[in-house]
Design a protein around this ligand. Sequence first.
Ligand code: NAP
Ligand code: SF4
Length: 672
Amino acid sequence: MPYPHLLAPLNLGFTTLNNRVIMGSMHTNLEEQINGFSRLAAFYAERAAGGVGLIITGGVSPNESGILAPKRVILSRQQHVADHQLITSAVHQYPTKICMQILHAGRYGYHSQIVAPSAIQAPIVPFIPHALSHDEIEQQLEDFVNCAGLALEAGYDGIEIMGSEGYLINQFVCRHTNKRSDQWGGSFINRIRFPLEIVRRIRQRFGENFIVIFRLSILDLVENGSDLQEVIELALALEKVGVNIINSGIGWHETRVPTIASVVPRASFSIITAKVKKLTNIPIVACNRINTPEVAEDILKNDMADMVSMARPFLADSQFVNKAAIDQAETINTCIACNQACLDHIFVNKVASCLVNPRAGYETLLNFHPAVSSKTLAVVGSGPAGSMFAIYAAQRGHKVTLFEQNTLIGGQLNLAAKIPGKEEFREFLRYIKQTLKQSRVDIKLEQSPSYDQLSEFDEVILATGTQARHLDIPGINHKNVMSYQDVIEEKVEVGENVAVIGTGGIAFDVVAKLTSNNTKSWSLLEKQQDFAAHWGIDYSNKINGGLVSPVEKLDNEKRITMLQRKVRKPGAGLGKTTVWIHRKEFKNRGVRTLSLVKYQGISEQGLQLNIRGKHTELEADSIIVCAGQQSHQEYDLTKFSQPVHVIGGANNVVGLDAKSAIESSAWLAAKI
Ligand code: NAP
Ligand code: SF4
């Protein structure tokens, strides 16, 4: 059997989980949509059909004060139960278990009714929480119990109590946020009373035969967070009051250390899960940046955890477990940890989806049903839009030929994969190549088809992408001016004094490449250790929630200036959940930004600029142009007699990125 540890059942006594894979809790924003619970039911059912052992739902609040933001879902009354039954009955068509997560946001709620153990404002929220009185704490406990009871009534196999990420329970546990001097604060015993009381009362009220998972913050990554000894003590106490499984939580939302972005080496935080496992007996779950069956299997094989939790990988591919079980891991659409369509969507109140799988979250709306009649389709260009269109259309039964003028499939994805911290894009390229082959797409490399060739197809899809914007600056053809493609592909040597024209996504990629230490030859462990040292993480969590002073290793001595004509934060169009990481990195590495720049000329010495009306010379031995894109589409559409569709960057560059290119190609492929 492939992945014998990952696919082994887990016997909890009163119930058995089919395998060691948990689909971790994530908020999708679906609940807030029209027919939201039906859409959620379809979303979870598809993952259950994909073989996952246990699903944990997105967080559900036990009361009004616990919601993360206005209109978020609450389970506090009988009338709420029917919605949840849609989910549980859909999932229980399969041998998958499902637990509902009870989440009380505490001071992290984005509304004025927030409560906390102490009235200390969170740095990421503009409201001061009300400090709970003893009676109010009693009411909160009862609300947790009531919520758990309703969840069981709705048919869930159990509950997960969210005790990490800096939410209410975590706020009680840590001195960082708990400054009380009554029985709910002060000593460690007092601070953990709140979570223990929740579990104790739930077990007392509803018995033993349902799953209780506790998401325990094993590495707070905030000042005055719990240390390892406290984490172990709480885990042991939770087991005693009736918790069946401890899930790991890493970092608070206010933590200024990346915990799930692609810059985090895979499985980095399993190191700390392993330490907790050694000192406890209860099954423990590893999480964060686990995205392939190989990585998951290694964690279990090396006795670092009893289960693995993956959330985003189930957005990327609902069939993750089934594909692993038939030993076809190479066909898994791997989560590349970009956050662009999942977390970044949640921050702007959009439905969570997935860059590499736009069907995620749209299971009832975006379907690739067999085509009524099979057409011959010519797709020109194999970037993200063209390749993914070809896959979806071929899977519907169309006969697809994909033309690519270069020697490689993937277009600009090949550049992204060369950026340090974005290596996961290689997995997406692997998936695309594998799936094109499997879907029997006829690939014609190094070919730009003529009108005559294209006339033989029923329909033509032009996905010829973009080209870099040409700048009309005097001296732009000087030898010290370089394209971002040449820099990323290492076709040119970049000097010490660098000017980057542009502060958008490509400029960020280029600067990331120029400022990174070379990690190409490192083992995973070396990458994990370097990451921890660089961001000040103590995996052994001896003190202070695992925070130590970062070790700044500056192998890089380039002086880099990024330039923009407007005034705004560099990388303004990039995702909220990752852009701060790059800004912090660039700041540490002395990258500066000049705004309100007018480009006047380029010479041997560098750039002549006008900044706020003042002439300025910027010394630079390399000037890298990252000034945006223009559509690249050379065909005359009037010369086609059959239907022609222009997709992705070839159609429009406004708001274009890989996510939007793939999304639009998927919707076209579903209806063509
Ligand atoms: P972009 O994000 O639109 O940035 C273009 C940059 O060029 C801006 O900083 C702009 O700043 C500057 N610019 C525009 N016209 C100019 C001109 N005529 N002369 C000089 N400067 C000019 O474009 P991109 O960097 O090429 O990226 C393309 C798309 O891919 C974007 O949507 C981007 O978000 C996406 N992308 C995303 C990622 C990611 O990690 N998520 C990575 C790479 C790319 P001023 O107008 O202020 O000068
Ligand atoms: Fe993973 Fe990116 Fe998809 Fe989110 S959008 S699930 S991070 S691949």
